[in-house]
Write a new protein. Sequence first.
Length: 616
Amino acid sequence: MSNSKEKLFTEFTAPTTQEWLDKIQVDLKGADFNKRLVWRTNEGFNVQPFYRREDVLKMKTPDSLPGEFPFVRGNNKKDNAWFVRQDIVADDAQAANAKALDILNKGIDSLGFRIPGDKVSAEFVETLLKDIYVEIVEVNFTTCPRHTLELATILVDYFNKKGVDKNKVNASVAFDPMEKMLMKGKDTTALLEVAPQLVEITKDYPKFRCIAVNTVSLNNAGAYIVQELGYALAWGNEYLQQLVDAGVYVDLAASKIKFNMGVSENYFMELAKFRAARMLWAQIVKQYEPKNDDACKMCVNAVTSTYNQTLFDSYVNLLRSQTEAMSAALGGVHSMVVTPFDVTYEEPTDFSERIARNQQLLIKEESHFDKVVDPGAGSYYIEHLTNSLAAEGWKIFLKVEEEGGFQAAVKAGSIQDDINATNVKRHGDAAKRKEFLLGTNQFPNFTEKSEGKRPVDKACGCKDNCEASFKKIESTRLAADFEDLRIHTEETKVPVAFMLTIGNLAMRQARAQFSCNFLATAGYKVIDNLGFPTVEEGVDAALKAGADVVVLCSSDDEYAEYAIPAYKYLDNRAMFVVAGAPACMEDLKAAGIENFIHVKCNVLETMKEYNAKLGI
């Protein structure tokens, strides 16, 4: 029997980092390591293909403990529990109450009510909260900023009348006038004086938060992760500074701020974002010298993104929101809202809302994501992402502070310019398929029709004049351009694109698949084929099939043989396209061939051009 104290694998020598790098370089066969394996992120830092223990020894985050300053490892010591939240549009108090009571029996323990400003009243709240036990169910409210003080007063009076335990009430009202400055360009500076009054009204309820930082709006406008992080910190600090300057002591002021943050599809980086956000927010609050470190805890409600949601192939939205929900849960958020998959084109149905609830319940009740505190801790990769995001996010925070703070930066328009520029870049990347949207610009469903689905117009719900006083953020979903193009094609004429496959088997199949995906992004009907012995037979088959577009699919070497004869035989009876960018391209162009599709094409602009040529 072996010695029970014997250490396993002592006979093996651990390879050094340099030995790993040497081995990788051999496998790369002379290719550039940095170009092939180093990920250049949009967040301003590089990610290496592997990390080792030595990479994190110099970091402080692995030494932190759960539930202790700086809270990088979460606010909880014993578990990773979060509130499963669903938001309800409360135009009708009785209907909203009935819906709330129904979903409370289906796994929800946090409710979000969106109340129109002109509906705020004591009677409305009484009806809305009937039979809802606020000591065990979290209740959150959003209304027009001009009516938030009135709503908070009514809620406190309601809680007092009910005689609830003030320490057990988890609640919030989302007072955030600066969001309207950003998103609508409307000057709501005068409303900021309400913030200290809100804190005073809710001060006896330690878990009643009344000031919101809604960076989910930035996320839904296309902001990169580091932008949302940096601006969230500056946004929160602006409110904190204003409250302290108004005479609110810092422990109370910090405990009243709630962050509503978005979650996008970058799984590990989003997880790390929440860790970095808690760490940096704790450091910011610490500079105000609170009496208790608990004041430094960051309370985050996570909302899965709408920026990457699509109208076509909408069930793919479930895949996106599921990974987003996992990132948020593992990142240690306070509560979470999973956005229904159909929200881009209709009022969410009972089915889509049920699926959205179950997405959280699946990872909570079946996968037990709520049982382990900060499961990402100690991962060399996640610790690296946490530190790198913190460093880059801090740069944005400092830049905003140098501009005079968040409010001054918003009025100057620098934040709006930054987010809008990112949105434009991401739309450009999507058009070139540098950024993939499964089912939209990559692997679209060839046979899907819109069936009357159209994007929902998110009109301003404010009753006031919404004329902009300064710049605003222009928010458009990433898939919107492709959807507009595809719907236009569907409503006008759906061209038939025929794959004329010939020559090298592997290349013709690969190019036909590429071309089918390329053309289907605009809703074209694509017809693939097994192959033809001659280009003449291929062209004849295409015309017999009623082709508007004939795509020659072969190898680069064989295009010199096949392309010009095929083009001449087609004789302008349909549009002729060559799949690829062969070395003989200039010779083909000289023969009159104009259309080539390949990986460097701007797919969106190319398909718009083809539509124009086809009279669509």
